[in-house]
Design a protein. Structure first.
Length: 186
């Protein structure tokens, strides 16, 4: 985001909370500006502006960086179904197609899932196992817990600042080497 865009958004935010701006003082206000600018820089200006407008319209307190990031994410993130709605999609797929055997008997046709989280959970639980299970209550509970856990992880990943995301990716790439190095010392 361009510095002039952030300055314009910041001015609108500060003017919306004049008491806060007076209480913090000019020196701290300038430092706060720099921190907010740095930690919100990855959010496109129109999205951040919409998040600021939404926050100002719904809160009487000056927003934290986390609140603005969450609001911005809520504005652009796809609307997810609930775990119960996702389970309903899986049940519909079991009723309409189920575990159809591939020609030649070398496996089963897995359904195509519009929701990638459903796909991840079904793969982890096993499509055939779900279709052939006689304990739907337990399957539903396990599915819903897994669906919610993956959705929360994806939301947390989406909230990461770019430098933090890069560090996490770097650590993930280096982790096997680190583990090998630890084994050599044992």
């Amino acid at each position: 985001m361009a510095n002039k865009d952030f300055e314009r958004i910041w001015q609108a935010l500060v003017k919306s909370y004049p008491t806060w701006a007076k209480e913090i003082g000019a020196a701290d206000l300038a430092q706060t500006f720099l921190v907010y600018e740095r930690l919100l820089a990855d959010i496109p200006a129109p999205t951040l502006e919409a998040a600021v407008i939404q926050h100002v319209a719904s809160s009487k307190w000056f927003p934290t960086i986390a609140e603005l990031r969450q609001c911005a994410m809520a504005l652009v993130a796809p609307q997810r179904m609930t775990a119960m709605e996702a389970w309903g999609v899986v049940l519909d797929a079991m009723k309409t197609g189920g575990a159809r055997i591939l020609p030649g008997g070398n496996g089963y046709y897995p359904p195509e899932w519009a929701d990638p989280i459903i796909a991840k959970v079904v793969v982890s639980m096993g499509w055939i196992e779900l279709c052939q299970s006689d304990n739907q209550e337990a399957d539903r509970a396990h599915f819903m817990r897994a669906y919610d856990a993956i959705a929360q992880r994806e939301n947390a990943d989406a909230m990461l600042l770019p430098p933090v995301r890069q560090l996490v990716q770097k650590l993930a790439v280096n982790k096997p080497r680190q583990l090998e190095g630890n084994r050599a010392r044992e």
